[in-house]
Design a protein around this ligand. Structure first.
Ligand code: FMN
Length: 193
């Protein structure tokens, strides 16, 4: 009886996962595994965005996934600022590809694992956005500006606690391009048995 109950639960969970990416009237034939892997493999850095802002429900879902990332001793050693008042970043707007939303991820300068925690949180942002067909691009090239004396006024508006500094930003918005995948170096992985 217990086994039947568990099987039904698993089947219901799989069906609801499959429905997530289904368009109206389309029958989803991919397995839950295929959906997750395709999402990961289809994500690309997007460098051209539509001006339309993403919906608040989509942003909330992205943030919910972001903070569900693992972190060393669950310290959640990140600070996240979602900036939709993009004039804040006027000085570096070209580098942010005109994205209507910019997420700043700041790390704890006194926690050696913070860059790892922040990176994992960042990947959850990229993949949850991709699952909703929302484009993203990690942009670190603005960080030297943010952490320089010239960027001080910009960072002041982010209301970061003492000891935190921007580590990277993520441009977020509806995609205005479909770039090809860049090559990967499979030889960098060795399986030692
Ligand atoms: C830490 C980090 C910093 C990055 N900084 C920038 C950047 O400043 N500008 C940019 O256009 N892309 C940036 N990228 C995106 C990479 O160029 C991109 O992920 C890589 O070329 C692979 O392409 P893909 O994301 O489409 O698979 C950054 C990515 C990472 C992980």
């Amino acid at each position: 009886m217990k086994r039947i109950y568990c099987s039904v639960l698993v089947a219901v969970a799989l069906c609801s996962c499959q429905q997530l990416s289904q368009k109206a009237g389309e029958v989803e034939t991919r397995s839950a595994k295929d959906i997750v892997i395709e999402n990961m493999m289809n994500r690309r850095s997007i460098r051209s965005y539509k001006p339309e802002q993403i919906k608040d429900e989509e942003l909330n879902e992205i943030i919910r996934c972001a903070i569900n990332a693992p972190s060393a001793i669950n310290k959640q050693s990140w600070e996240v600022r979602v900036v939709q008042k993009t004039e804040i970043f006027q000085a570096v707007s070209e580098r942010l590809y005109g994205a209507p939303t910019v997420i700043v991820v700041a790390s704890d300068q006194n926690n050696p694992y913070s860059p790892v925690d922040c990176g994992l949180l960042g990947q959850n942002i990229l993949l949850s956005a991709e699952a909703m067909n929302i484009g993203t691009c990690v942009i670190a090239s603005v960080v030297p500006f943010l952490n320089s004396p010239e960027g001080k006024d910009v960072v002041a508006q982010l209301n970061l606690p003492e000891g935190y500094a921007p580590l990277f930003t993520i441009a977020v918005g509806y995609k205005n391009e479909q770039p090809e995948a860049k090559p990967r170096i499979a030889e960098k992985v060795q399986i030692i048995k």
